[in-house]
Write a protein that binds this ligand. Sequence first.
Ligand code: GLN
Length: 536
Amino acid sequence: MKYIVVTGGVMSGLGKGITMASIGRILKNKGYDVIPIKIDPYINIDAGTMNPYQHGEVYVLGDGTEVDLDLGHYERFMDVELTREHNITTGIVYSAVIERERRGEYLGQTVQIIPHVTDEIKARIRRVADKSDAAICLVEIGGTVGDIESMPFLEAVRQMHGEEEESNFILVHLTLVPFTTLGEPKTKPTQHSVKALRELGLQPDIIVCRSKEALDAAVKRKIAMFCNVKPEAVISAPDTDDIYEVPLLLEREGIATFIMDKLRLKVLKNDLKWSEMVERSRAISDNRIKVAIVGKYTGLEDSYLSIKEAMKHAATETGCKVEPKWIESEDLESGKNMNDFFADVHGVLVPGGFGVRGAEGKIKAIEYARENKIPFLGLCFGFQLAVIEVARHIVGLEDANSSELGTTPHPVIDLQVEQKNIDFKGGTMRLGDYEVFVRTGTLAERVYGKKKIIERHRHRYEVNPDYIDQIEQKGAVFSGTDRSGLRMEILEVEDHPFFFATQFHPEFKSRPGKPSPPFRAFVEAAIRYRDRDEEA
Ligand code: GLN
């Protein structure tokens, strides 16, 4: 097993996840199976209880684990399916060590960070690596070098370096090279962060430098000299509009050659599908659609990262570009003219969400899209609110609501039976992959082209079975359900060009080159809507 460890310096948010995902993609293109691990040095067991405003979206894996959005980058770039074991947090490591201590398995020893916590970390990394068929295991250490939280993980990596063959281990360090107002690149922050790494006994093999513009050879030589790496191991990673271009940029800088030399790997093949996909997307210029995303965390676009990516995947394969128009749902509640918000969009998307703030605004957006026949895609909370909208305005149940949002005589969305007795919040939702059975002759069947699909879930509430008949009598159809037929998964309405909402989150299974079917159908419907507009 070969290990590539990625650390970060200077500050967070530089794109360590995308860098590692890109390295994984490059190696896959060369014919190697790769397996990623993300280390999150926070004490939370998982990301399930975390506010998307702080960390961006909570990503959901097939097995239902709620994780950091970087795992989404890994799945999308490397086209792999990850599980709980691929995300190691401080919370997980310490709970395991403390449980073992309570069981008396440390046989009277004093339990310490070194060696007991670091042993646990190393064992977890190696276990995941060995269990996979992959040749290369990539490990991203979250946080920034110098943080107290990441110390035990960096120490574990230092020990691993000593224990593995030199040709089986590479350390990649990501830093920032800022430019002064006069346009001069500054290498000092990089020098300092490498120094901090060295103090911990770690010497990077490769330094990836994030910057506004590409770095020239002189700057790279300077970094190489001060940081004690080869000049060809200083990789310039300038900003780009398209994250899927990053693997190509890094490869052009020579990262693949350097890694493969050090790890003594041969090029097994040269898969060009990825670069063709990037090329396809770049070639699109004037075929554009605008999609309103009506949400509550629109101030931080990362809160809806997978949705944004899924739209890109669908757009590239359809031959267009999607411009998102972020609408804060609370802004729709103040009695303003809805046309002002939606007149220029070709589709309305209402994403997942929690809680009452902004919910009525989202319902208004759904009503507007339904009445004006604008293509609509509702996801999870967006599905539940669509059910409420239909119940209120088509079925005539004026006060219909979700019991998540207040007391109502018509709880058309209600807590799942399994959820009623749970009084803690972490990891308690209906999470991850579940089968969905699609009804014959529906839009859902045309969208998926299949009768049985598997999609990822993350919800606590669901359609109240008592209202299904009433809703279906009025021109709405639940075109997807679970195996029992009692749990509603997809809603569509008749007499509308595209009104499609899902209790599940199709965005998590969308991949570059393999867009999620509902996103693809939504983008196609938006193009038709735009063109009909232009003809009229
Ligand atoms: N708040 C809703 C529920 O818990 C929807 C969740 C979501 O959109 N992820 O069921």
